[in-house]
Design a protein. Structure first.
Length: 527
């Protein structure tokens, strides 16, 4: 069994996640020519563009899994959608990763979505590797970027390499632990193939000559400064998610990609142990266990299939094996497992801890389900709850379709596509739907129409904060009559308050001091 590296790339849209993924496949030998995974402009859709809606919008809605072998390692890249309107799916995918690569646009620095995703990584204490991308054009000063990462995300960085040259016209990288310089050649292949380069000791006079005295001396000064004033490298701190190894490069031109891949594979952690209600489950444990972190329906419109993605945590998976699902209290057979590379689906014969497989599922599995070997019964800790920030009221356009509408809403909520709520005294059979990104609403609308044959009316609501409340019946009554908030209940009938903003929520809280307000249901862990 090869050692596994299972990770996700987190970034703000347009930072270059698709491009970097593709270049990792190129340098990892999984593809011969870059540009084959994602056709640029003309057919702008990525490998994971399974659903029609993704193709229409040219974006990736749901996470995919790419697997390839390189240098003795089996690499699993969990693709997290990088669209502005990202969803709970993106967060959940991070639950299945052992480390994350944080991609930052060198000109833009740390952006909004990166902050949100980083927060999840920080809470899970997984190692985060930073790749500062787009160094082939104007970039912020590298020291400034380090400062920004520290200030906005609260994590220290350790530069593994350093850009060589003048801002916007970098010529290569300095490899710190080897005191080497790698100079890249101008290349006409537009990053489709590996980039030719010259590597050697930084002391070699050839580099001084090639770079010119000024650039060379500036590099030496920068490196001295890093050595004296920078962080010390500590693998222990990297493992705890306390120090982030920092790389500079350009995914488009392939600048720095090889070094990044090699160093990442050297430093990234192996599959981690997971906490269950029966103690810690080690990847070395011989009995099989896995958890479902994502359900995706209709990946192939011709077959109306539904795939449940699971991460293997211990033991060995073999095709057709029987496992026990403690949540359902039932055994099931894991047939037709799938793994993904580009558009091809391969049938998996066996898989090991760290691997992710997709299984055809007739609708029995749920997000967060544990699967364990027959004869065992334990559950991995619950997934954290991601408090919704966007809300809409939905109802069926045609009241004759009521039954299909209720079925669709409940099934899609169980799948984790959206969170659903009911208003008290609702006479028109509508739902309030909560999401972390507006794209989830579009997916809901599309899927209700295509999978359940129901057209819906959707009104976006102006609320942005939700709080689960604990209170007496009479206090609840008083809140029901309040104009400034909306009182609803979740699908377990727990009361929830929606407010327009934090300020308004505070106002309500101050007037209802005896009521307990919580961003997530009781006993759930929030991000
Ligand atoms: P994403 O998945 O994170 O959203 O980003 P994606 O890889 O699609 O890249 C977004 C844009 O940034 C693309 O340009 C891509 O070519 C460009 N890009 C990625 N890496 C680099 C880099 O290292 N340097 C430079 N200069 N650009 C980079 P686009 O114009 O939106 O698309 P296209 O014309 O390339 O298709």
């Amino acid at each position: 069994m090869q050692p596994r590296k299972t990770f996700a790339i987190i970034s703000h849209p347009d930072a270059g996640k698709t491009t970097l993924t593709e270049k990792l496949l190129l340098y990892g030998g999984a593809i011969r020519l870059a540009g084959t995974v994602k056709g640029r402009k003309a057919q702008k859709h990525a490998v994971s563009d399974w659903m029609e809606i993704e193709k229409q919008r040219g974006i990736s809605v749901t996470s995919s899994v790419l697997q390839f072998d390189y240098d003795g390692f089996r690499i699993n890249i969990l693709d997290t959608p990088g669209h502005q309107d990202f969803s709970e799916d993106t967060y959940r995918t991070l639950m299945a990763a052992d480390s994350a690569v944080m991609l930052i646009d060198a000109a833009k620095g740390v952006e909004e979505q990166t902050k949100k995703l980083f927060k999840v990584c920080k809470q899970r204490q997984i190692p985060v590797f930073t790749f500062v991308n787009k160094l082939d054009r104007y970039a912020k000063n590298p020291f400034e970027l380090m400062e920004e990462i520290e200030q906005t995300l609260g994590i220290r960085t350790y530069p593994m390499n350093w850009p060589v040259g003048t801002d916007g016209a970098y010529k290569g990288i300095y490899i710190r632990d080897k005191a080497q310089i790698e100079l890249f050649e101008d290349c006409a292949v537009h990053g489709q193939q590996k980039l030719p380069s010259t590597i050697g000791s930084a002391k070699d006079p050839m580099f001084k000559e090639a770079l010119g005295e000024e650039i060379y001396n500036n590099l030496c000064e920068d490196i001295d400064l890093l050595d004296v004033a920078g962080e010390e490298f500590s693998k222990e701190r990297v493992d705890k998610g306390d120090l982030s190894p920092l790389f500079f490069g350009s995914a488009l031109t392939n600048f720095g990609v090889r070094l990044f891949l090699e160093e990442f594979l050297r430093l990234a952690p192996p599959p981690a142990a997971r906490v269950s209600d029966n103690g810690t489950i080690d990847p070395e444990d011989e009995t099989f266990s896995a958890f479902v972190f994502k359900i995706q329906a209709n990946m192939n419109p011709a077959h109306r299939d539904r795939l449940a993605f699971m991460r293997i945590c211990s033991g060995k998976f073999t095709k057709g094996m029987s496992v026990y699902n403690p949540q359902l209290g039932k055994s099931l057979k894991l047939a037709q497992p799938q793994q993904f590379l580009a558009q091809e689906r391969a049938i998996v014969e066996e898989a090991y801890p760290g691997d992710v497989i997709g299984l055809f599922d007739p609708g029995v599995l749920r997000i967060g389900d544990t699967l364990c070997e027959e004869g065992k019964s334990f559950r991995f800790s619950d997934f954290p709850v991601f408090p919704p920030e966007q809300f809409a009221r939905v109802q069926a356009k045609d009241t004759m379709k009521r039954k299909q509408f209720l079925k669709g809403m409940n099934e899609l909520a169980q799948e984790g596509a959206v969170q659903i709520f009911k208003q008290y005294d609702d006479f028109i059979e509508s739902y309030v739907v909560g999401a972390v990104g507006t794209l989830q609403f579009e997916v809901l609308e599309y899927r209700l129409k295509n999978e359940y044959g129901v057209d819906i009316l959707m009104n976006h609501l102006s609320y942005t904060v939700a709080r689960w409340i604990t209170c007496e019946e009479n206090e609840l009554k008083a809140l029901k009559n309040s104009d400034s908030i909306l009182l609803i209940k979740d699908h377990f009938d727990r009361p929830v308050v929606l407010a327009n903003n934090e300020w308004q929520l505070k106002w309500v809280m101050e007037r209802n001091k005896e009521i307990e307000f919580s961003p997530v249901p009781q006993n759930a862990q929030a991000i």
